[in-house]
Design a protein around this ligand. Structure first.
Ligand code: UD1
Length: 426
């Protein structure tokens, strides 16, 4: 088992460069399936999930290469060569390792008329249904059955329609837009997700020749076209990694420039940091976040974009845990997302959860202990907590963190933290 040994008492100072968003890059790679030929995607993070998506695409018959850029951001270039007739099956061994593998469903049905994609099963942060992906594709004319652990979708040609999502699901919006771009006629997706990663996906699809209107709003209109062409495209900077560095600067009372961070994609989160007492400066190509004093507790409510991102909620809890006062943190997107709180409590945090609320009473300092990362973002939150604990905190199961943060240890060291990656017998 791989662990991080995090030495407490750190003050994060300096510059860190953020590469492209994991949650965008994975979908851009899936979108490459929509066109025969070579698509190139830059600023793709060098993380395990990208390796898994590369494997998903290889098993569909694509050639995929990854090359690091070497600019210190942990990003690189993915080249996907898509055959004229991709195969259409994605197995459980891949979907189980990374749920985002299901984002090949929409492109495959649209492009090949059929797809067999394994069902993801349980997830550490909640049940995470697929009902909106399925009902939306059915509205577009696909027939979908679930057999032997696979979703099997067939449709000779999808037909444009209007779809109303019960909840602005990121994954469902993406799958449906990727299906609709090759449907005949017009599709309108209402109550669509508005995340910057959706805007990024729609921008790449548009560059490929798709006709999409309203990306970034709740109503996305897609006029289907007969075929798309491969492109070269650059992934939008990762707002969750940017937000993690910003919160880390505040928690450790440091001063960090986050290069390439897009302030407009983090409006609510940065407002919260300002309310906590931080100085946030928007730079031409990034952000500077600094903090002199102990932060103040601020209440946080997670919501779909443009609300406070659920993926930054563990860091918000960790921040409140060392702030003055009391914070109420409300989680509205994933029901299991407070699971990591028990680990934070092991570090001496005073947190009580009740359903989807957590009450956090701030403490001056946390107390180091061995803790377990339960998912990507919980792992990052625990590392930040370790930075402000006394002594050395061992964060276990860091393979979760590796799924979302390229070069996390090196980047933290670059900001002055003392952190080691260690091996431990299982
Ligand atoms: C994506 C992100 C994840 C982020 C989340 C919300 C990726 C790879 N992951 O996940 O990091 O936390 O957006 O910003 O991009 N739901 C249903 N039925 C569906 C679809 C979703 O009930 O058909 C529910 C889920 O259980 C969850 C909520 O809707 O409670 C939000 O899920 P969704 O927005 O789809 O998140 P993901 O795309 O899975």
């Amino acid at each position: 088992m791989e662990c991080f040994e995090v030495t407490g008492g750190a003050v994060l100072n300096g510059r860190v460069r953020v590469t492209g968003a994991k949650n965008s890059a994975l979908k851009l790679m899936a979108a490459a399936l929509l066109a025969t030929g070579t698509t190139t995607i830059d600023e793709v993070p060098d993380i395990l999930d990208v390796a898994i998506m590369s494997e998903v695409l290889r098993r569909l018959g694509c050639e995929v290469t990854y090359e690091r850029t070497g600019n210190g951001s942990g990003g690189g270039r993915v080249v996907v060569d898509v055959p004229e007739k991709p195969s259409t099956e994605t197995d459980y061994d891949l979907v189980r390792r990374m749920r985002a593998s299901i984002s090949v469903l929409g492109p495959l049905v649209a492009r090949c008329g059929s797809a067999r994609v394994a069902l993801p099963g349980g997830d550490a942060i909640g049940s995470r249904g697929l009902d909106m992906h399925i009902s939306g594709l059915e509205r577009l004319g696909a027939t979908i059955v679930s057999e032997h652990g696979f979703l099997i979708a067939t449709a000779p040609r999808l037909v444009g329609t209007s779809i109303w999502l019960d909840f602005p699901s990121v994954g469902a919006t993406e799958n449906l837009v990727m299906a609709a771009v090759l449907a005949s006629g017009t599709t309108v997706v209402d109550n669509a997700a508005r995340e910057p990663e959706i805007v990024d996906l729609c921008a790449m699809l548009t560059a490929m020749g798709a006709r999409i209107d309203g990306a970034g709003t709740s109503t996305i209109t897609v006029d289907g076209v007969d075929a798309l062409s491969p492109v070269s495209y650059t992934t939008v900077p990762d707002r969750i990694v940017s937000g993690t560095w910003a919160i880390g600067a505040v928690m450790t009372r440091g001063d960090v420039v986050v290069e390439r961070a897009v302030a407009d994609h983090l409006t609510v989160a940065l407002d919260k940091l300002t309310d906590a007492g931080a100085v946030v400066e928007v730079l031409p190509d990034g952000l500077r976040v600094s903090m002199n004093d102990r932060p103040r507790c601020v209440d946080v409510v997670t919501l779909p974009y443009p609300g406070f991102p659920t993926d930054l909620q563990p860091m918000a809890v960790a921040l409140a845990a060392v702030s003055t006062g009391t914070a109420l943190i409300t989680e509205n997107v994933f029901e299991g997302r407070f699971m990591f709180v028990n680990e934070l409590v092991r570090l001496g945090a005073d947190v009580r959860t009740d359903g989807h609320h957590a009450v956090v009473r701030g403490r001056e300092r946390l107390s180091s202990a061995p803790v377990v990362a339960t998912d990507i973002r919980a792992g990052a939150g625990l590392v930040l907590a370790g930075l402000v604990s006394d002594g050395i905190t061992e964060v276990q199961d860091v393979h979760h963190v590796d799924r979302g943060y390229p070069d996390f240890v090196q980047q933290l060291r670059g900001l002055g933290a003392t952190i080691e990656r260690t091996q431990r017998p299982d």
